[in-house]
Design a protein around this ligand. Structure first.
Ligand code: ATP
Ligand code: MG
Length: 566
C-alpha cells in the first residue's frame, strides 16, 4: 500500500515492536493475522482501524491476513452483511487472496473439540436457565456458586451434549459449560457457556445445526485451526484472554496464537457500534447503512471519502493500549489532504442568483480556459463557457454589506474567476422584495481576471453561464450528532441508549434542488470526488437520474483540525 510506505518512518507501535522482537528471536516463520467480523451489520470506521492494522501487518512483514467471518450467531447474521463486508474491505484496498474463511466451516471441528473437553472432564452439560446462570455467577466482589450439574460424569455430559446436538431439547434448557472456577477473580472464567441451543436457520448451514458455539470457544479455536500467529482484538477482550488460553491449553492445541489487545477507535460526534447503527437504519432515522452521514465505510464511500484518506487516518491514529477519543476533524483533515491533491476543480453554484451583464454583446458565448487542478499540472485545463447571463451564489451578494463583506453589493466591483471584472449597478426585486437579479457591467480589458491599469478587487467569485450550465440537486451534510459523545448525552438525559435516534442533528442534511453546475460536471463519474470551487468537495450520488444529477458534499474546504491541534 503506497500510503503506508509514505509513513514508514513513523515511530513503531507496540505491536510492530513486539513482532520485530519475536522475528529477531526466530519465533515465527511467517506472520499470520486475521480480521474476524461478525456478519451482523455493515463495517464502520472503527473496523477500518482493525483492518488497516491486521492487513497492514501482513503486508509489512510479508505474511498473510485472513478474512474470517465470525458467524456463530445465526439469529443476527445475514449474507447481505457478508457481501457488504467483503466489498468494503476490497474498496479500502486490501486483499485476503485465497484466505476467506467462515467459523461456520468449522462447526463440526468445533463440536468435536467441545466433546473432547467433556471427555477430558473440562466441560459439562448444565441445566440451569440463562437467568439462573446469571444469578449464580456472582459479582466482582462476591464469588459465584457452583452449578448443581457441575459434578455430573463425563459420560452423562457426553450423552446429554449429543442429545442437545440431535435436537432433543428446548432452546435454553441445556448449555455446555467449561469447568473452570466459580470463584475466579475474572468473571469470564466462572464456568462460561461454550455451547447453546439455538433454533434458527443459519445463513450458510441452514438447519444442519441446533447447537452453536459461543465466541470464547469458536474464536480461539478458529485462530488455532488457521495457524494465526497474532490475534489482535480490542481492549474489552483483555479479560477473555485467560479463557482464550485456557481453551487452547485444555485441548493441548498444537497452534496457540497470541491474543494482543489494542485500544478501539472512538470518534467524536458519532457512534461506533453496529447494534446502535442498525437501530438507526431499522427505525428509518437514516436512509440506510450507506446514508452518507453514517460512520460506515459504505456511507463514507457514498459521501465521497477516498479510501486512501481512511487508510492515512488509521495510520495517523496509531495503535496504543490506552483508550481515547479521536476528533472527527482529524478524519476530515486527512480527507482534505487527499482530495486537495487529487480532486478536479469545477464551478458549481449551489444557490443561484441571476446576474446579467448589460453591456455584453447579445447572444455571445465566449470560451475561457480553466485549470483543472492547481496542485497537479498534469490534470490540464478545460474550456468554460461565459455569457451575458450568469448565475452567482446568492450568499455572495449583500445589498447592505457589513464592513468586512467584500463580495458583491451595489456599486462594488469583483472578479469572476477566470473571466472578467464586473460591477453591480442595479438590483432587481420581486413583489416580495427579494433580490432576484443583479444587473452588472463588465470591463472587457480584464479578460482572464487581471486589470491592465493595476486596479484591485477584493473578491473573486465562482459563477456559471445560465444557458450552458446543468441543473443539479446538492446534499449538504453536517455531523450526524451535534453532541461530541451522543451515547453519553442520551444517557445523561435519562433516556435509554435506544433513544439515540432522537439525538440526530436535525440540520445534518440540507438538500438544495436548484443548483447549477458548469457543463463539465455532466461528465463526472460515480465514485470520483471533485471540488466545486469555494464550496467544498462533492461526488455523484447513486440517486442521480439522467436528467438530474445528485451531488453529496463530502466535506467543506475549511480545515478546523489545524486550529484544534494547536
Ligand atoms: P460493534 O461493537 O460495532 O458491533 P464488534 O466488535 O462487535 O463491533 P465485530 O464484527 O466483532 O464487531 O468486529 C470485527 C473486528 O473489528 C474485531 O476484531 C473488533 O475488535 C474490531 N473492531 C470493532 N470495533 C472497533 C473499533 N471501534 N476500533 C477498532 N477495532 C474495532
Ligand atoms: Mg463483536
Amino acid at each position: 500500500m503506497g500510503s503506508s510506505e509514505d509513513k514508514a518512518d513513523k515511530p513503531r507501535d507496540f505491536v510492530r515492536k513486539l513482532i520485530d522482537k519475536e522475528l529477531a528471536e526466530g519465533r515465527h516463520d511467517e506472520i499470520v493475522t486475521r480480521f474476524p467480523p461478525e456478519p451482523n451489520g455493515y463495517l464502520h470506521i472503527g473496523h477500518a482501524k482493525s483492518i488497516c492494522l491486521n492487513f497492514g501487518l501482513a503486508g509489512e512483514f510479508g505474511g498473510r491476513c485472513h478474512l474470517r467471518f465470525d458467524d456463530t450467531n445465526p439469529s443476527a447474521e445475514d449474507t447481505e452483511y457478508v457481501d457488504s463486508i467483503k466489498a468494503d474491505i476490497a474498496w479500502l484496498g486490501f486483499d485476503w487472496g485465497q484466505h476467506l474463511y467462515f467459523a461456520s466451516d468449522y462447526y463440526q471441528r468445533l463440536y468435536d473439540c467441545a466433546e473432547e473437553l467433556v471427555r477430558r472432564g473440562r466441560a459439562y452439560v448444565c441445566e440451569l436457565s440463562a437467568e439462573q446462570v446469571r444469578e449464580q455467577r456472582g459479582t466482582l466482589t462476591r464469588p459465584g456458586s457452583d452449578s448443581p450439574w457441575r459434578e455430573r460424569s463425563a459420560e452423562e455430559s457426553l450423552d446429554l451434549f449429543r442429545r442437545m446436538r440431535a435436537g432433543e431439547f428446548e432452546a435454553g434448557s441445556h448449555t455446555l459449560r467449561a469447568r473452570i472456577d466459580m470463584a475466579s477473580p475474572r468473571i469470564v472464567m466462572r464456568d462460561p457457556v461454550l455451547y447453546r441451543i439455538q433454533r434458527a436457520s443459519h445463513h450458510r448451514t441452514g438447519d444442519d445445526w441446533c447447537v452453536y458455539p459461543m465466541y470464547d470457544l469458536a474464536h480461539c479455536l478458529s485462530d488455532s485451526f488457521e495457524g494465526i500467529t497474532h490475534s489482535l482484538c480490542t481492549l474489552e477482550f483483555a479479560d477473555n484472554k485467560a479463557l482464550y488460553d485456557w481453551v487452547l491449553d485444555a485441548l493441548d492445541s498444537e497452534c496457540h496464537p497470541q491474543q494482543i489487545e489494542f485500544a478501539r477507535l472512538n470518534l467524536t460526534h458519532t457512534v461506533m457500534s453496529k447494534r446502535v447503527l442498525r437501530g438507526l437504519v431499522e427505525e428509518g432515522k437514516v436512509s440506510g447503512w450507506d446514508d452518507p452521514r453514517m460512520p460506515t465505510l459504505s456511507g463514507m464511500r457514498r459521501r465521497g471519502y477516498p479510501p486512501a484518506a481512511i487508510r492515512n487516518f488509521c495510520l495517523g491514529v496509531g495503535v496504543t493500549r490506552s483508550d481515547n477519543t479521536v476528533q472527527y476533524e482529524q478524519l476530515e483533515h486527512e480527507l482534505r489532504q487527499e482530495l486537495n491533491s487529487s480532486a478536479t476543480r469545477l464551478m458549481g453554484v449551489l444557490d443561484p442568483l441571476k446576474l446579467t451583464i448589460t453591456n455584453w454583446p447579445e447572444g455571445k458565448v465566449e470560451q475561457l480556459t480553466a485549470i483543472n487542478n492547481p496542485e497537479d499540472e498534469s490534470a490540464g485545463t478545460r474550456e468554460l463557457p461565459f455569457s451575458g447571463s450568469l448565475y452567482v451564489e446568492r450568499e455572495d451578494f449583500m445589498e447592505d454589506p457589513p464592513r468586512k463583506f467584500f463580495r458583491l453589493s451595489p456599486g462594488r466591483e469583483v472578479r469572476l474567476r477566470y473571466a472578467y471584472f464586473v460591477t453591480c449597478n442595479e438590483v432587481v426585486k420581486n413583489d416580495e422584495g427579494e433580490v432576484i437579479e443583479l444587473l452588472c457591467s463588465y470591463d472587457p480589458a480584464t479578460r482572464g481576471g487581471d486589470s491592465p491599469d493595476g486596479r484591485k478587487v477584493k473578491a473573486t467569485l465562482h459563477w456559471v453561464s445560465a444557458e450552458q450550465s446543468v441543473p443539479a440537486r446538492v446534499r449538504l451534510y453536517d455531523r450526524l450528532f451535534t453532541a461530541e459523545n451522543p451515547l453519553a448525552q442520551v444517557a445523561a438525559s435519562g433516556k435509554d441508549g435506544n433513544k439515540i435516534g432522537d439525538a440526530i442533528n436535525p440540520d445534518s442534511l440540507l438538500e438544495l434542488s436548484q443548483s447549477r453546475l458548469e457543463p463539465a460536471a455532466a461528465d463526472l463519474k460515480a465514485g470520483v470526488t471533485c471540488q466545486f470551487e469555494r464550496k467544498g468537495y462533492f461526488c455523484l450520488d447513486p440517486d442521480s437520474t439522467a436528467d438530474l444529477p445528485v451531488f453529496n458534499r463530502t466535506v467543506t474546504l475549511r480545515d478546523a483540525w489545524a486550529r484544534l491541534r494547536k
